[in-house]
Design a protein around this ligand. Structure first.
Ligand SMILES: NC(=O)c1ccc[n+]([C@@H]2O[C@H](COP(=O)([O-])OP(=O)(O)OC[C@H]3O[C@@H](n4cnc5c(N)ncnc54)[C@H](O)[C@@H]3O)[C@@H](O)[C@H]2O)c1
Length: 337
């Protein structure tokens, strides 16, 4: 078992990583109170049940799986369930699921009675190595992703890689895309795992811990995304445009994989393509790139006509540069003609 300690001005919490960690929920979290366990219909029920069984008084809320649940309706359902369960300020919420459940349950916890304790048990690779830490919670509104939310840190996080055994291979690959992203901006040794290991997934625990450490360091330096945290957006500006234009055909991580390609030097792009192919991630986009570029320009992170773009010239050599959207589009067009 590995314990990482996130220390922020607003909160300090343990992130426990290890095979079998799920069984420790009762000792690692304070569940000696009313506990709402929020999960979704795609997550095997046994994971939420394991947490609920460790609590003094638990209820399990099973939401419909999918991004559409991260909505005002989904948010209202969680709040209503908390109220009907009779929860008060001293009770807690535990998310057991991927980024959808974590973002939604975290946001509900941040606002119910002005904030109750929140714990996260991420069960997708993306949520295990990225979204479960850092405190960003959100829902979507009128088709705009993550437009309503709060910075709200969890009280504790349990990451048990054994739950990945039930996760479809495509979701595993999509999670690895975020780890590749972090390796390119910040960790040569992590990128070496992807480049040199025949089967990087054999090193999944190592990949999770290294990715978490990178994210922890960035969040510690810049909790509210004033500067350095923008590094985590590497590949996301175009990625979000592709994701919106693909209408659910591509997973978030697959879009990030494509979004990183124009933002690398040509030499690094060639190496990245080899890695993405090894991980069964896309390197070409068959959809409408004009639509993706138009949607990219409407992204909430694009202020006016310019955007903070993250470029990586060599592994671990990232820079954030404010550039006109038109310049970014031209650059993307050179890679995806
Ligand atoms: N808060 C952040 O910092 C942050 C960062 C990145 C992404 N996100 C958000 O995360 C969301 C995407 O998260 P995701 O990729 O985890 O998707 P997801 O939560 O939709 O999960 C993907 C699918 O896997 C299923 N699933 C979950 N765990 C499983 C398991 N162990 N076995 C089998 N099936 C399982 C789910 O039911 C779902 O159908 C997006 O909404 C995105 O905006 C948030």
């Amino acid at each position: 078992m590995t314990t990482l300690k996130m220390e922020l001005p607003t909160a300090t919490y343990d992130i426990t990583v290890g095979r079998g960690a799920l069984a420790l929920a009762g000792s690692l979290f304070n569940l000696n109170r009313r506990t709402l366990v929020v999960t979704d219909s795609g997550v095997p029920a046994e994971y939420a049940e394991a947490v609920a069984e460790s609590a003094a008084e638990a209820e399990i809320l099973v939401l419909e799986s999918g991004e559409a649940t991260k909505s005002l309706d989904g948010y209202a359902t969680v709040l209503r369930t908390m109220s009907e369960f009779g929860m008060d300020r001293g009770d807690c919420v535990v998310a057991v699921g991927g980024g959808v459940v974590g973002d939604l349950a975290g946001f509900a916890a941040s606002s119910y009675m002005r904030g109750v304790d929140f714990y996260n048990v991420p069960t997708t690779l993306l949520s295990q190595l990225d979204s479960s830490i850092g405190g960003k919670t959100a829902i979507n509104l009128d088709g705009i992703k993550n437009i309503v939310g709060a910075f709200y840190q969890p009280r504790g996080v349990i990451i048990d890689p054994t739950v990945l055994k039930t996760l479809p291979a495509r979701h595993i690959a999509a999670g690895l895309a975020e780890a590749v992203k972090m390796s390119l901006t910040s960790d040569r040794d992590l990128f070496a795992i992807f480049e040199e290991c025949e089967s990087p997934l054999d090193r999944v625990e190592d990949i999770i811990i290294r990715s978490l450490k990178i994210k922890m360091e960035i969040v510690r330096a810049d909790e509210r995304e004033g500067g350095l945290r923008k590094l985590l957006n590497f590949g996301h500006t175009l990625g979000h445009g592709i994701e919106a234009s693909a209408n659910g055909a591509l997973l978030h991580g697959e879009c990030v994989a494509l979004g990183m390609l124009p933002m690398c030097s040509p030499e690094l792009r060639a190496r990245l393509i080899t890695v993405l192919k090894k991980l069964s991630l896309p390197t070409e986009y068959a959809g409408d790139m004009n639509a993706a570029l138009a949607l990219m320009s409407h992204d909430k992170k694009c202020k006016g006509d310019s955007v903070d773009a993250v470029f990586v010239t060599d592994v671990g050599e990232a820079k954030i540069e404010r550039i006109p959207l038109s310049t970014l589009s031209e650059r993307i067009r050179r890679v995806f003609p």
